[in-house]
Ligand binder design. Structure first.
Ligand code: VGL
Ligand code: ZN
Length: 208
């Protein structure tokens, strides 16, 4: 079984959102081509889904500004602008994303006191979302990962996929992803490559 994981393609990470990724919306038509390609047996979308006042928000920490390093539950934590608050437009998947063929929408980041970049488990590597068991239950052999943001949720999801589902071939679709910082994206791609993740383009999927 071949699966596609679309990470956090939400209003909040697109221009006009609360934590916009440069040109984040450009992944939407590419994701749609992948969704409609017929190349995948299973398509999962993750959704960053924070309660108001989440501990990753700078606004929850007096004196902290967004994009400063702070702490959360005693561990280093990037302070983010308030984003993807449950039930708000910011948290909705991008309205142009073709939802009809998405088999599962998986929400994450609901625990106030720990962030969850990965779609598989929280940043403490403690609470599981159930995605690994779900994919294993579906006998997934190949997982392609893309979306927003390359240097955070996409990278952590792809790395967890290799660690938690040994034997599954994991690929990162570069042109179907955008990141928060150029240096972060370069480092993330290198790290994924070092962990055996193939870096591919959507063209390779569509022509494959
Ligand atoms: C993300 C920062 C905070 C992401 C989510 O989806 O990459 N980044 N929350
Ligand atoms: Zn978040």
């Amino acid at each position: 079984m071949k699966a596609l994981l679309l990470v956090d393609i939400q209003n909040g990470f697109c221009p006009g959102g609360n934590l916009p990724v440069l040109d984040g919306h450009e992944v939407v038509p590419i994701a749609n081509r992948l969704i409609e390609s017929g190349k995948y047996d299973l398509i999962v979308a993750s959704q960053d889904w924070h309660p108001a006042g989440h501990g990753s928000f700078a606004s929850s920490h007096p004196g902290k500004q967004p994009f400063e390093l702070g702490t959360l539950s005693g561990k280093p934590q990037m302070m983010w602008p308030d984003h993807c608050v449950q039930g708000t437009t910011d948290a909705e998947l991008h309205p142009d994303l073709k939802m009809g063929k998405i088999d599962l929408i998986l929400q994450k980041g609901e625990n106030h006191s720990v962030d969850s970049y990965s779609a598989f488990r929280d940043n403490d590597q403690d609470a599981l979302t159930g995605l690994a068991h779900f994919l294993e239950g579906q006998e997934v052999t190949d997982l392609d990962v893309c979306g927003l943001a390359t240097d955070y949720c996409v990278k952590f999801s792809a790395l967890d996929a290799t660690e938690m589902m040994p034997g599954v071939r994991v690929r990162f679709i570069e042109d179907a992803s955008r990141g928060i910082s150029p240096e972060g994206v370069a480092a993330a791609i290198e790290e994924m490559r070092e962990h055996g993740i193939d870096i591919i383009t959507s063209r390779q999927v569509l022509d494959g």
